[in-house]
Design a protein around this ligand. Sequence first.
Ligand SMILES: Cc1cc2nc3c(=O)[nH]c(=O)nc-3n(C[C@H](O)[C@H](O)[C@H](O)COP(=O)(O)O)c2cc1C
Length: 343
Amino acid sequence: MKKLVLLVLILMFAAICAGCGNTQAQATPTPAAETVINDETPLLTQEQDPVNAPDAEKSELEENSSTVLVVYFSATGTTRGVAEKIAALTDADLVEIIPAQPYTAEDLNYNDRTTRATVEQNTPDVRPEIANDISLDGYTMVYLGYPIWWGQAPRIMSTFVESHDFTGITVIPFCTSGSSDIGQSDDTLAEQAGSGNWLQGRRFDANVSDDTLLSWINETGGATMDKTLTLVIGDTEVSVVWEENASVEALAEMVKTEPLTVQLSMYGGFEQVGPLGTSLPRDDVQTMTQAGDIVLYSGNQIVVFYGSNSWAYTRLGRITDKTADEMKALLGNGDVTITLAWK
Ligand SMILES: Cc1cc2nc3c(=O)[nH]c(=O)nc-3n(C[C@H](O)[C@H](O)[C@H](O)COP(=O)(O)O)c2cc1C
């Protein structure tokens, strides 16, 4: 049955490829043809080069500050993009499976059945060597990402799972592809690993939204539930009760993948104001503010008050752990920088 499903997948993909190859006869590429690799897709990045791999990635792993790890293999960068988002959303460590022999554009040319990746996929026992040591020590949850190659996980994923012990670890596979679903690739890897609590895997588009990833991460028990929007003024983290409105939702979305730093300026002896760099949904109403209030002004500026003012604003939140005097001390002595983050 599995073989039949695989055969159907391969035939479907072969049909897509036949369309891709005939670029002259087909003026507009199909969506599948746009997402599979092409000549302009960068194949080898600095991270894939074991000699020049950035130190940041290594030191991140050495620190092992999280119990969640995102491990991925990516030949042309698509799976990497999704893996980076998952790592940011779960506050996980991130590591790439780097092939000892990097895949060249020609290796990945599936239109020629004699090229390396296709030959490997047609040879179930082949195990491409991995260049880097990846330790799973201390992790309780591993998100495992890969591209679909001919309906399956690349053989290097088998090298990885067979050479690691997943005992005590929840493993959550994910993949990217031109159009194929994850198929049986997750079950096959679970079988090959022989240890670990493997959840059902899922396929994502290259441009998957944070919202889609977040709800999936929550389904998988990933660590995003406890997170909230945080505000640091200068070096002081303050407690905020945020409004439940579209403006705050949009602000939270903005900072989920990367914290936002805003340079504020003192204004009018009662507030500090600075540009968010983008417009948020707004629902301005005439408001009498007080020290500790945080509002959206003109849709694209954030204002934090250490005094009072009356104007049409959209309320964002209220700082709850500072008195009016403490707000004045924090904001009334010169311009400050604030950082909004999702932690
Ligand atoms: C050798 C090879 C085989 C592929 N086979 C499939 C396939 O069976 N189904 C599919 O939808 N996409 C297939 N693709 C496309 C990739 O799955 C897709 O481009 C993926 O997002 C690439 O991820 P990466 O950039 O992280 O390497 C194949 C690509 C290659 C190189």
